[in-house]
Design a protein around this ligand. Structure first.
Ligand code: UDP
Ligand code: MG
Length: 316
């Protein structure tokens, strides 16, 4: 099979027939063998009924329904586990992504050898309240992930070599950082293609402004996991040592001031009235906490079944 198209959806009943016939047309024109995997993420509208009907009239259309709304990432992950095509393409169900991009995305993965090609909504049809924070968000993601050539991390339209999706696990809200996950799994040939974007035709967006707060928190988590996931002490030990160092310097200053004051008849120094005293106290307590967090982190990683899971690229 050439292509698996994975479509996560939550309450998108009106868009589905149009999207399906558009994909079918593109597939037919290009002679691709394909499957469409609709992952119904707990829709409360008629989406599942529509998918049933679409599947009845085309054996290439398959559906998976969650028992409730889990989120876009779990939906994508489920699609990835089931996909059988050589190239796996994800797209949103709301008709904002154009199926006409599929042949070129397929070619880039197949012929140009990309592991992952991400769409880039160069000209967006979204409100300003979304496009401006998105620019900031992408700039941060580029820096933290080290994937300098991507303008649009969170584009729903992406193409992957099958092997890539089988080796990454998308959970929580991590769909925003799939290129980062792929890079961490060793798939570094990541490209980009400017794609057409359209305004949402039916229904409403499923993500509010909290997407930006959560997006940044997730980026922090991913950065921490990437750098210190199996050696947490390297971070917490460093922070703890820094705190202890500041604490020792502060207590040394207190001692010196006390000695100077004792040697003088007129100058009276009270340690408990000095800012350095409190600084050293706070730093020592925080330093200890950092070390304890580090030790607990090490105990947890030692017990993690993932601690010795390496992705082998080749062997004889
Ligand atoms: N989606 C989903 N589960 C959710 C939220 C969204 O499967 O909990 C799907 C949604 O139906 C759409 C895609 O994810 O197919 C992108 O969502 P949306 O278009 O609302 O996001 P936006 O384009 O506003 O970023
Ligand atoms: Mg959308």
């Amino acid at each position: 099979m050439d292509i698996s198209i994975v479509v996560p959806l939550f309450n998108e009943a009106e868009s589905l027939p149009e999207l399906t016939s558009w994909i079918q047309r593109v597939m037919k024109e290009n002679d691709f063998t394909y499957e469409i995997l609709f992952i119904n993420d707990g829709s409360t509208d008629a989406s599942w009924e529509v998918i049933r009907q679409l599947s009845a009239s085309d054996p290439n259309v398959h559906g998976v329904a969650f028992s409730r709304n889990y989120g876009k990432s779990p939906a994508l992950n489920t699609g990835f586990r089931r996909a059988q095509g050589d190239v796996v393409i994800t797209m949103d169900a709301d008709l904002q992504d154009s199926p006409d991009e599929i042949p070129e995305l397929y070619r880039m993965v197949k012929e140009e050898g990309y592991d992952l090609v991400s769409g880039w909504k160069k000209k967006r049809y979204d409100p300003l309240s979304k496009t401006i924070p998105t620019k900031l968000f992408n700039a941060t993601a580029r820096r933290v992930s080290g994937i300098r050539n991507l303008h649009d991390f969170n584009c729903g339209l992406k193409a992957y070599r099958r092997e890539v999706v089988k080796h990454i696990e998308v959970y929580g809200d991590m769909h925003r950082y799939i290129p980062y996950l792929a890079k961490n799994a060793g798939y570094t040939c990541i490209g980009e293609k400017a794609v057409h974007h359209q305004a949402r035709k039916y229904g409403v967006t499923k993500f509010g402004l909290d997407r930006f707060v959560n997006g940044y928190l997730d980026l922090g988590t991913l950065w921490f996991q990437t750098k210190f996931g199996i050696k947490p002490m390297h971070l917490f030990g460093l922070l703890g040592s820094l705190m202890f160092m500041i604490g020792f310097i502060a207590i040394f200053i207190v001692l010196v001031l006390k000695c100077v004051s004792m040697a003088s008849d007129t100058y009276h120094f009270y340690a408990t009235k000095s800012v350095y005293f409190y600084l050293s106290l706070a730093c020592m307590v925080m330093g200890l906490q950092f070390f304890l967090t580090g030790f607990i982190g090490e105990l947890i990683t030692r017990n993690s079944p993932e601690r010795n899971n390496y992705l082998i690229a080749e062997e004889f």
